[in-house]
Design a protein around this ligand. Structure first.
Ligand code: P1T
Length: 388
C-alpha cells in the first residue's frame, strides 16, 4: 500500500513498505544479481538486477513521490542520467540547452552528443522568448538547469514549457539538482522529465555518486526504462540503500542549508571586499521575484565575486578556509568551496565561461548544515586573507 501525505511523510515512508517476509522496516540491501523464476519467464517482478532491483525500486518509488512524478529511474551517476536522457534524441535531432550548465553536462553535449549526430545549441533562455525563435523542425528536446550551476540564474520553467510544447514532440528536461524536490517540482510547472545528480542534496552525505530521472509520462518512462536497461548505467544496491537513507532527511537538511546560506549571503553582501553576491533569496538577485514564484525556497548554494585581486586573491580565500573544504561537488552536510573557472567548469571553452560570467574571482559555496556563526567566521577569515 502506497502511503500518502505531505513532503516529510512521503520522504520517510513512500516506497518503504516493511519486508513481506521478515517485517524489516528498512528496505534491505538486495545484493542478488538474479532472481529465481517459478517457470520460464514467470517471476515476482525482478529477473535480473540491471533491469530491476528491490533496493533500487524502494529509492525510485520514494523519489518519484517527492518529485510529484509517476515514475523514477535511478542511474549510476548524474552524468549517465544526462547521457541516457540525451539518447532519446535520435541522430539528426536538435537540442536547445540553456547556456549555463554544469561543466560535465556542457562537455557531454559538445563532445559526445555531437559524435552521436545530435546537435546541441546553447542559448540564453533567461528570456523565454529566445526559445520561440530558436525552435527548428528537428528540435526534439529543450534542456534547462534552474538555478544554474554556478551563476545561479533562473529559467522560468512554466514559460519555457509553454513555448517548448507549442511544437509537438519536444521534450522539456529540467535538471533540478540545485533545488532538490524539497524546494522545486518542475513536473508541476510543465516539465516532461526531471533529472538530478543524486550525488548532491538527495543523498546529501557526499558518499554516493548517483542520478535519477523522473517523469509522469508512460511513453517517456518506457523509453527511458528501455535505455536504462540497454545502456546499463545502473547504481549498485548499496548506493541505492545509502541514497534512500539520505532522502529520508532531505526536508530537514534543506531547511538548514537554506538558513545557513541566507546568513552567509547576507554577510557577504555587507562586505566591502565583495563585488557581487549571487543568491536567489536576496532581494538584490535579478530574478528574486521569479525565485519566489516557482520555488518554495532558495537552497544552499551561494556564489560571489571578490572585488579585485584575480586568481591569486581567490586562491588566498580558498586556502585560508578551515571549515569549508576546497572541493568540487555540493549538497552534502559539510560546507564546500570551489573555483568554478578552474574546477567544475574548466571543461567550458574560455568563450563560454566569459559569456556566462565564470570569472577567476567567482567563488561557489555549497553551504552545509553546520553552525552559521562558524561558517561566517570562516568566510570572514577567507576574505581578510584574500584582500588584506
Ligand atoms: O557528478 P554526477 O553525479 O555525475 O552529476 C553531474 C551533475 C549534473 N547536474 C548538475 C547540476 C551537477 O551539478 C552535476 C555535478 N556537479 C558537480 C560535481 C559540481 O561540483 O558542480
Amino acid at each position: 500500500m502506497t502511503k500518502t501525505g505531505q513532503f516529510a511523510t512521503l520522504a520517510v515512508h513512500a516506497g518503504q513498505e516493511p519486508d513481506p517476509i521478515t517485517g524489516a522496516v528498512i528496505p534491505p540491501i538486495s545484493l542478488s544479481t538474479t532472481f529465481a523464476q517459478s517457470a520460464a519467464g514467470v517471476h515476482r517482478g525482478f529477473d535480473y538486477s540491471r533491469s530491476g532491483n528491490p533496493t533500487r525500486q524502494a529509492f525510485e518509488t520514494a523519489v518519484a513521490a517527492l518529485e510529484k512524478g509517476k515514475y523514477a529511474l535511478a542511474f549510476s551517476s548524474g552524468s549517465v542520467t544526462t547521457a541516457t536522457v540525451l539518447n532519446m534524441v535520435g541522430q539528426g535531432g536538435h537540442v536547445i540547452s540553456v547556456n549555463d550548465t554544469y561543466g560535465g553536462t556542457f562537455r557531454y553535449f559538445t563532445k559526445v552528443a555531437k559524435r552521436n549526430g545530435v546537435e546541441v545549441e546553447f542559448l540564453d533562455l533567461f528570456d523565454p522568448n529566445v526559445l520561440k525563435k530558436a525552435l527548428k523542425p528537428n528540435t526534439k528536446m529543450v534542456w534547462i538547469e534552474t538555478p544554474t550551476n554556478p551563476t545561479l540564474r533562473l529559467v522560468d520553467i512554466k514559460a519555457i514549457a509553454e513555448i517548448a510544447h507549442s511544437q509537438p514532440g519536444v521534450v522539456l528536461v529540467v535538471d533540478n539538482t540545485f533545488m532538490s524536490p524539497y524546494f522545486q517540482n518542475p513536473l508541476e510547472l510543465g516539465a516532461d522529465i526531471v533529472v538530478h545528480s543524486v550525488t548532491k542534496y538527495i543523498n546529501g552525505h557526499s558518499d554516493v555518486v548517483m542520478g535519477v530521472a523522473i517523469t509522469n509520462s508512460d511513453e517517456y518512462n518506457e523509453e527511458l526504462k528501455f535505455l536504462q536497461n540497454s545502456i546499463g548505467g545502473v547504481p549498485s544496491a548499496f548506493d541505492c540503500f545509502l541514497a534512500n537513507r539520505g532522502l529520508k532527511t532531505l526536508h530537514l537538511r534543506m531547511k538548514r542549508h537554506e538558513e545557513n546560506a541566507i546568513a552567509v549571503a547576507r554577510f557577504l553582501e555587507a562586505s566591502d571586499k565583495v563585488e557581487e553576491v549571487i543568491y536567489p533569496g536576496l532581494e538584490s538577485h535579478r530574478q528574486h521575484a521569479l525565485a519566489k514564484k516557482q520555488q518554495r525556497g532558495f537552497g544552499g548554494m551561494v556564489s560571489f565575486r571578490l572585488k579585485s585581486g584575480g586568481l591569486p586573491a581567490s586562491n588566498r580565500f580558498l586556502s585560508t578556509l578551515r571549515i569549508f573544504a576546497l572541493a568540487e561537488s555540493l549538497g552534502g552536510v559539510e560546507s564546500l568551496a570551489e573555483l568554478p573557472a578552474v574546477m567544475t567548469h574548466a571543461s567550458l571553452t574560455p568563450e563560454a565561461r566569459q559569456e556566462v560570467g565564470v570569472t577567476d574571482t567567482l567563488i561557489r559555496l555549497s553551504v552545509g548544515i553546520e553552525d552559521a556563526e562558524d561558517l561566517i567566521e570562516d568566510v570572514r577569515r577567507g576574505l581578510e586573507a584574500a584582500l588584506p
